[in-house]
Design a protein around this ligand. Sequence first.
Ligand code: ZN
Length: 251
Amino acid sequence: MRILVLSDAHGNRHGLEAALKFGAACDEVLCLGDIVGYGAHPNECCELLRERGAHCLSGNHDAAVFGEISTEWFNDIAVTAVAWTRQKLTPDNLMWLESLPAQEDFPEWNCQAVHASLRSPWEEYILDEGIALPNFRLMTQPLLFFGHTHQAVCATIGIDRAQWRSGVSVAWEPLPTGADIELEEQELTMINPGSCGQPRDGVPHAKGAIYDVEAQTVEIFAVSYDVEAARAAILEAHLPARLGDRLLTGR
Ligand code: ZN
């Protein structure tokens, strides 16, 4: 059983399509939310995932679009994109987004999934060891996939909870493209597969992960896609130009 794990497509059809194509042979698709917001193709992104039968979560941008959370803490560009996306989405796709859970457990795959963090499924950024630790405490499966930061990373901790100490117990490792992780039985692991629609690690490719449940391995991949077309669509839609420009640099 191989599972394609994607996050933060953010309305970038070109990036999402490239990542889905790369993982076309996978048995299942798991999408960690922020399906819309920023990019010019929110409906197409919903439909690509729905057609693929992906297990999807909602993210904070999705929740802002369907009105569940306020955009008070969003920057101006994100607020503009949320309003534009809300106008653009079909009622059916809007209802579908609203129906998605913010987190889900998959005991049959020994993993669980959340958009942001287990402490705060739509909000908290797991950015370092210190934030990872309290989230390890909430894990009920050996592996957690999370998104939200748009940075591929792997964090691990030994399973003996008596040994856990703030700041020293967690191993925190940013993941380059091509990283191959062998999951250890004696550890809990958290993995962020990066973003397939708006990378922020300086590499302007669509990122994702492939989780092999039997082999207990996770591979991080990055595929090039038509960044210029994704940018042009953003400009044509009169979304803020910065949203298109940042795709060129992956920052
Ligand atoms: Zn996001």
